[in-house]
Design a binder for this molecule. Structure first.
Ligand code: ADP
Ligand code: ZN
Ligand code: ZN
Length: 818
C-alpha cells in the first residue's frame, strides 16, 4: 500500500497538499520533517513541511511524488504543528501563511530562494565536486537562485546540497545579508584582581606619581565606580574617557601595567560577577499575591494578575519562573515590545544568567535559526525565553508556564500580514497543548480579561499597592480651555505643568511628557478656506516634519515639499495646526532653555539600537525631560522620574473606535505609572479641554474597576466584545466603484444569516491607501454560534470571490481586530 504525506508549502495557498512518498523514503518521512516537492504550473520546487502521513488518497486525485527528504529529525514539533492549525483556523488564514510567520526564513527554501556566499570568508572547499562548483560560481556572480544553482550543478533537486552548505555556513540567503543584527556590545573598565582594595590602590598612587595623567584617570575611576564604597557601580570605557579628559592611550598603558582590565560584553548583560544576584525578599503584599496566583492555578489554567504600576509584578514573575525551572520545565515570558524592555531583560539575566534566551524581530535570520535549532536539539540550554509576540512560535520542549506581561497591550496583535493573531490569546492555546499554566499580568487589564476573570473563566490575583513605601502618583487635572481664557497657557503648556516641571528639575528629578502624535504638526491649513494638503495616493492629511522641512504621509511614507500657497483658493496664508512630538520638544527648549530634552518616537529610534541608547542616556541622568509618543508609556522603570505630563487627553478619548475609552484609560494610567516609582512621590498633570470627562476622573482615582463598570454595559448594549466576537473584513481595489459593489454584494449575502450584526460596508477613516480604495465590513459573531457563523462566512467569501468580477478585489479578514 503506498504512503502519502500531507505537506504544508511556504505559500499563501489554502490547505495542505498530498504527495506520494516513494518507497525508499518512507522510513524518513515523518511529521515535522522538511521534504522537497514540486508545485504549480511552473513545477517550482519548495521545501514543505510534513503535517501527517497516511495511506489513503482522496478519490479522483493523483499525487506527485516527494522528491527528497531534507531532515533526519523534525524541525518542528507536534505541538507547533497543532498550534499552527489552531491559528489558521481561528484567524481564517492558510497554514502556509502561519508557517511563513512561524519559521525562520533560512529553514524554508524554494526554487526562487536567492543565495549568496557567506561574506568575508574565502570559499571553504568541500572536496565534493558539485558543492565546490557552486561555491566557485558564487565567487564570480553575486547571487544565484536555487533554481539556477540546480541548473549549474546539473541536478534536478539542488536543495539537499544547498541545505548542507547553509549548515556549514558557506552559503546564506540573500535576504540574510541585509540584516546581520548582532547584540551591541559595550566596553567596561574594571580594576584587575591585584589592584583591588585600599592597600593595592595606595601602592598604585605612589607608583603613578610621575604619570599625573594616569593617576588622574585612576582617581576618576575610583570616584565614578565608587569601588571603595559598598555600592559599587560599573564604569563604561567611554564614560571614563569622557569624564577624565584622558586619552585612550593612557588607559591602555594602565591596562598594560596591570591596573585595569577592559571587559567587552553585550549591552544590558550584567557582568559575571553581578549575575546570579540572590532573589529579593518579596514584600508581604507580593507574597500574598503570589500565593493567590498559586492557589488559582490549582484549579484554573489561566490567571489574571492585576498589579498596579510598580507593584513589583516582575519580581513576582521571576519567583514563579524560578519555581518552574527548578522543576525542569520551560518558561515563555512574553513582552509587548522587546525594544522597550532592555531593562527587564537585564533583570532576568541578572537572576538567571545565560539560561535566558531573548527572541524578537530585530534578531537576524541567522540568530533566529540558531536559537530555533538549539531549542530542538539541546532543549535544556534555555529553559527561559523572553520574547515579543513571535516567540510564541519557537519549538518549546516541556513548557510549564507562559507569562504574558502587559496583557492589554495592542502590540500583541499582528496587523499585517496574515496571520493577524493576538499572541496573548494564542498563548492560551499554546499552553493548552503543553498542559502549561498562563499568567496574564497588567496594571490596566483589558476588558476581555477582566470579564473572563469576573465570570470565573480565569483565576484572579490582585496586587494593589506599590512596592516599598511608594504611593500611587497624584493626578492634577489641568483645564486648558479655562487657562486659555485667563492667558495662562504658554504655547501648548499650561503654567501649572511648567511649574511642576521646573520644580522637579530643581530637585534633580526627571520628567516624561506624553503626546500621541509624532512629527512637528499634524497639518498645514489654509487660513482662508481651511484646505489641508493630503497625500496624492492616500486619503489622509500630511504631517509636517520640521527637521527635513517636509510633509510626510504616515500611511505610505511618501515625502512632499510643503506648498507655499493654498491649492484650493490660492491664498498664501497657511498656518500650522495641531501638535506633534517634534513641536513639543521645540516648545520645551524655548520654555526651559536649561533643560536637556530628548524625544522618543518612531523617528528618533529607527536605528537598530536607537531605543537602547536613548534609554541608557535617560537612565544615566544625561536627559532631564523625555518627550514621546505611546512608546514612553510602556514598562519604563526609572526611579528619578517624578513628573509626567499628558498634553492632550482629548485626542486620546476621541477616536471613533469601540475601544477608544478603554485604550485612553490604559495609556493615561500606564504613562502615569512611570512616575514616583520608588521613594519620591510622583505627580501627573493631565491637560485637556474636556477635563471633567468621567474617564479622566477614573484615571485620577486609579480606578480600573470603575472603568470596567462604566464600559461593560455599553459593550453589552451594542453587542460588542466581550459579548461577541468581531470580524473585520477589508476590501481593496484601484477602482472605487468596483470595491463598493463587491462590498455591497458580500454584505448582502452575509445579512441573509447575520442580519443587523453586519455593519457597513463603509469607507474607513483613511479610505484610500497607496492608490487603493478601501471598504470595511464589521461582523459581530455570537459567542455561542461562533464556529458555525465563521464557517458560513468562509463559504460566502469563497463562493463570491472565486469569480469575476469580484475576483480582482483584494480581501483580508481580521478576526478579533483591535
Ligand atoms: P511592575 O512590574 O509591577 O511595574 P517592578 O517589578 O518593575 O514593578 O517593581 C518596581 C520596582 O520595585 C523595581 O525597581 C523593582 O526592582 C523594585 N522591587 C519590586 N519588588 C521588590 C522586592 N521584593 N525587593 C526589592 N525591590 C523590589
Ligand atoms: Zn485656501
Ligand atoms: Zn500616502
Amino acid at each position: 500500500m503506498p504512503t502519502y504525506a500531507d505537506i504544508i508549502l511556504p505559500l499563501a495557498v489554502p490547505g495542505t497538499f498530498t504527495y506520494e512518498v516513494p518507497e525508499d523514503m518512507v522510513a524518513r518521512v515523518h511529521p515535522g520533517h522538511r521534504v522537497v516537492a514540486a508545485f504549480g504550473r511552473g513545477r517550482k520546487m519548495y521545501s514543505g513541511l510534513v503535517l501527517r502521513t497516511h495511506g489513503e488518497l482522496p478519490e479522483g486525485r493523483i499525487a506527485k511524488p516527494i522528491l527528497e527528504v531534507l531532515d533526519e529529525t523534525p524541525v518542528a514539533t507536534g505541538e507547533q504543528l497543532s498550534l499552527w492549525q489552531a491559528i489558521g483556523d481561528h484567524y481564517m488564514c492558510t497554514l502556509g501563511e502561519v508557517m511563513l510567520a512561524a519559521m525562520p526564513g533560512p529553514l524554508m527554501l524554494s526554487s526562487s530562494t536567492r543565495l549568496v556566499a557567506a561574506p568575508e570568508t574565502s570559499p571553504a572547499w568541500t572536496g565534493n565536486p558539485r558543492r565546490d562548483m557552486l561555491l566557485d560560481a558564487l565567487q564570480h556572480r553575486h547571487e544565484l537562485s536555487l533554481q539556477e544553482a540546480g541548473e549549474l550543478m546539473g541536478v534536478k533537486d539542488p536543495m539537499p546540497v544547498i541545505k548542507k552548505l547553509m549548515e556549514t555556513g558557506a552559503l546564506m540567503l540573500a535576504e540574510e545579508l541585509k540584516d546581520t543584527w548582532t547584540a551591541r556590545t559595550e566596553r567596561y573598565v574594571r580594576l584587575s584582581e591585584s589592584a583591588r582594595g585600599e592597600e593595592a590602590l595606595h601602592h598604585w598612587f605612589d607608583a603613578l606619581e610621575r604619570a599625573p595623567k594616569q593617576l588622574h584617570l585612576l582617581m576618576r575611576y575610583i570616584e565614578l565606580s565608587r569601588c571603595l564604597s559598598d555600592d559599587p557601580r560599573e564604569v563604561k570605557r567611554d564614560t571614563l574617557l569622557k569624564r577624565s579628559d584622558a586619552s585612550a592611550a593612557e588607559l591602555k598603558r594602565l591596562c598594560g601595567k596591570g591596573v585595569f582590565v577592559i571587559e567587552e560584553r553585550p549591552a544590558g548583560v550584567p557582568s559575571e560577577e553581578a549575575a546570579r544576584k540572590p532573589a529579593p525578599v518579596l514584600s508581604e503584599a507580593q507574597a500574598k499575591a503570589l500565593q493567590a496566583v498559586r492557589t488559582a492555578f490549582a484549579d484554573k489554567p489561566t490567571v489574571l494578575l492585576h498589579g498596579v504600576t510598580a507593584s513589583g509584578k516582575t519580581e513576582l514573575y521571576m519567583e514563579l519562573i524560578a519555581e518552574v525551572v527548578r522543576r525542569g520545565d520551560h518558561v515563555l515570558y512574553l513582552l509587548p515590545e522587546i525594544a522597550l524592555t532592555t531593562q527587564i531583560i537585564a533583570r532576568m539575566r541578572a537572576r538567571f544568567g545565560e539560561r535566558v534566551a531573548v527572541f524578537h524581530s530585530r534578531l537576524s535570520q541567522r540568530e533566529r535559526t540558531e536559537l530555533w535549532m538549539r531549542m530542538l536539539r539541546e532543549p535544556g540550554t534555555h529553559p527561559v525565553v523572553v520574547g515579543a509576540r513571535s516567540a510564541l512560535f519557537l519549538p518549546f520542549g516541556s513548557l510549564g508556564l507562559v507569562i504574558v506581561d502587559e496583557e492589554h497591550d495592542p502590540s500583541y496583535k499582528q496587523q499585517d500580514p496574515a496571520p493577524r493573531y493576538n499572541a496573548r490569546d494564542m498563548a492560551l492555546v499554546l499552553a493548552g497543548l503543553h498542559g502549561a499554566k498562563v499568567l496574564l499580568g497588567s496594571a490596566t487589564p483589558s476588558m476581555e480579561s477582566l470579564y473572563n476573570a469576573r465570570t470565573g473563566k480565569y483565576g484572579f490575583a490582585p496586587l494593589l499597592v506599590r512596592y516599598g513605601d511608594a504611593a500611587l502618583p497624584t493626578i492634577v487635572k489641568v483645564d486648558v480651555a479655562d487657562l486659555q481664557r485667563r492667558k495662562r497657557m504658554r504655547g501648548n503648556f499650561s503654567d501649572t505643568l511648567i511649574t511642576g516641571i521646573e520644580e522637579a528639575l530643581a530637585r534633580k528629578e526627571q520628567v516624561i511628557i506624553f503626546q500621541n502624535r509624532r512629527g512637528y504638526v499634524p497639518a498645514w491649513q489654509c487660513e482662508t478656506c481651511g484646505w489641508v494638503p493630503e497625500c496624492d495616493h492616500c486619503d489622509v492629511s500630511l504631517t509636517y516634519h520640521k527637521r527635513d522641512h517636509g510633509l510626510r504621509c504616515h500611511y505610505c511614507g511618501r515625502r512632499y515639499t510643503p506648498p507655499t500657497s493654498c491649492a484650493a483658493c490660492g491664498s498664501n496664508r497657511l498656518r500650522m495646526v495641531g501638535l506633534g512630538t517634534e513641536k513639543v520638544e521645540e516648545e520645551l527648549a524655548l520654555l526651559l532653555p536649561e533643560a536637556r530634552v530628548a524625544r522618543m518616537d518612531q523617528d528618533t529610534t529607527r536605528g537598530k539600537h536607537g531605543f537602547e541608547r536613548l534609554l541608557a542616556r535617560f537612565g544615566e541622568g544625561a536627559i532631564d525631560i523625555l518627550v514621546g509618543t505611546q512608546m514612553v508609556t510602556k514598562g519604563l522603570d526609572f526611579d528619578q522620574v517624578t513628573v509626567v505630563g499628558i498634553l492632550s487627553a482629548d485626542n486620546l478619548m476621541r477616536f471613533p473606535d469601540l475601544r477608544a475609552h478603554e485604550r485612553a484609560f490604559q495609556l493615561m494610567a500606564q504613562v502615569a505609572g512611570r512616575s514616583g516609582r520608588k521613594r519620591d512621590p510622583g505627580t501627573v498633570y493631565i491637560q485637556g479641554r474636556d477635563i471633567h470627562h468621567p474617564l479622566i476622573e477614573l484615571v485620577a482615582q486609579h480606578d480600573v474597576e470603575g472603568m470596567y463598570a462604566r464600559e461593560l454595559p455599553l459593550r453589552q448594549a451594542h453587542g460588542y466584545p466581550p459579548f461577541s466576537r468581531m470580524v473585520r473584513i477589508v476590501l481593496k481595489h484601484k477602482n472605487e466603484a468596483r470595491v463598493q459593489a463587491s462590498a455591497d454584494v458580500l454584505a448582502e449575502a452575509l445579512r441573509g444569516k447575520l442580519g443587523d450584526r453586519v455593519l457597513g460596508p463603509e469607507p474607513p477613516t483613511v479610505a484610500r491607501v497607496r492608490d487603493k480604495h478601501l471598504r470595511v465590513l464589521l461582523l459581530k459573531l455570537e459567542r455561542g454560534h461562533y464556529r458555525a457563523e465563521k464557517n458560513f462566512l468562509r463559504d460566502v467569501i469563497d463562493r463570491i470571490f472565486a469569480e469575476a468580477p469580484h475576483r480582482s478585489v483584494q480581501l483580508h479578514v481580521d478576526v478579533d481586530p483591535l
